[in-house]
Design a protein. Structure first.
Length: 393
């Protein structure tokens, strides 16, 4: 239940649903989070926030004692009942991702043969994706880093679904919207089934005439989905607006600013982020931290500045499954993002100075003052599969 309370009544264990000020004016990386330290309360009071909203379904309420709060928190010796292990959660998420890729592959094959999109093929997949995102969006975000150049179109569609669902969740949107944008993400490139394969898969730069044909896929996607019974406006916006730009220089309609819905503006950010981090036949995928820096330079032109900042809060500077070099010369893989974006939770496994492997050790960099991230690292440079280390913790 959402309740508005005085900030003076805050205590550890409460879940902040909404702070009574803009994101730019408060000191936290996210708008929604659980109070874990007394210092969090002090920060809220120090910036002059008089009241705020808490969610008692995700944290304690005003009448809950600190003792009760402690009893509700999972510990090593007292885990929450029925709480799945991280390894099982990731295994389930991998199955969901695989099923989603198979589903979108089959749907695209059917559309290419002139068949209509069947929502019955999409909805069960998105239901499972929504469950996973709502449980722990870091898990599916980490799996979205798995790339296969040969199945780019299918993986890209699934990744857009995952990223859009995570983005809407992090913005506090309803489960209904989370579900709708998941459908939109899976189907956003359905129009590419009508794009000539020699253009779609061309390794070199497209000619002007070829680019005109390529751009047609957005219109085709919109027309295909408009004929799909049960499609929502939010799902349609993901497909129809993901190539529009904030300054009006995008396509197919050259819409700008508020002419593009929030969902459409979000999908434009997500689509570019996933495309630039992916290996393609014509370019090597870039590190997420590099991509985010590039995208920040395009805010105000390509992207809504406020939404771009919120997207960074969602995925983190170092997203799950990113390989990083720590300041103590150990190599690690990011497990989860934190409110402190530069200090994620990681599992370290290799001393790069001595080349000595160690038993994987989990460190929450936000809860210590010594070790930081020095740089993100290319998986190919170290010949390491980050997923291997995520799956053994």
């Amino acid at each position: 239940m959402i309740k508005t309370i005085s900030s003076k009544l805050l205590k550890k264990g409460m879940f902040i649903h909404e702070l009574d000020c803009s994101w730019m004016k408060h000191p936290f990386a996210r708008n929604q989070f659980i109070i874990t330290e007394q210092s969090d309360i002090k920060k809220i009071l120090d910036v002059g926030i008089k009241s705020l909203k808490i969610d008692t379904s995700k944290g304690i309420g005003i009448g809950t004692s600190k003792t009760q709060s402690a009893e509700q928190q999972p510990t090593k010796n007292n885990p929450l009942p029925h709480q799945p292990s991280r390894k099982k959660t990731r295994k389930d998420a991998r199955k969901i991702k695989d099923h989603a890729e198979l589903a979108i592959s089959n749907i695209m094959a059917d559309v290419k043969l002139g068949k209509q999109v069947e929502m019955g093929q999409v909805t069960p997949v998105v239901d499972k994706m929504a469950e996973s995102v709502l449980e722990n969006h870091n898990t599916l975000l980490g799996l979205s880093r798995i790339r296969n150049m040969d199945t780019y179109t299918f993986e890209h569609s699934v990744n857009i679904g995952v990223l859009m669902m995570s983005f809407t969740k992090s913005r506090g949107m309803s489960q209904k919207i989370i579900h709708e944008v998941g459908i939109g993400g899976l189907l956003h490139d359905i129009g590419k089934t009508l794009t000539p394969p020699e253009i779609l898969n061309k390794a070199g730069k497209l000619t002007d005439d070829e680019f005109i044909i390529m751009r047609r896929h957005v219109v085709d996607s919109r027309e295909i989905l408009l004929k799909t019974p049960g499609i929502s406006q939010n799902a349609l916006d993901v497909a129809a607006l993901h190539h529009e730009k904030y300054d009006g220089s995008g396509y197919p309609d050259g819409k700008k600013g508020d002419e593009i819905s929030d969902i459409g503006q979000m999908s434009a950010i997500v689509d570019v982020y996933d495309a630039l981090t992916a290996d393609r036949c014509y370019h090597k995928g870039q590190d997420p931290s590099v991509v985010l820096k590039r995208m920040l330079s395009w805010t105000g032109s390509h992207f809504n500045p406020a939404l771009m900042q919120e997207f960074i809060q969602c995925v983190g500077i170092y997203p799950p499954a990113t390989l990083v070099l720590l300041s103590n010369n150990y190599l690690a893989v990011v497990i989860e993002t934190n409110q402190q974006l530069l200090l994620p939770r990681v599992v370290c496994f290799l001393n790069t100075k001595t080349n000595e492997t160690i038993k994987p050790k989990v460190i929450d960099l936000s809860k210590q003052d010594i070790i930081t991230v020095s740089s993100s690292e290319a998986e190919q440079k170290w010949n390491i599969d980050p997923q291997k280390y995520l799956d053994i913790i």
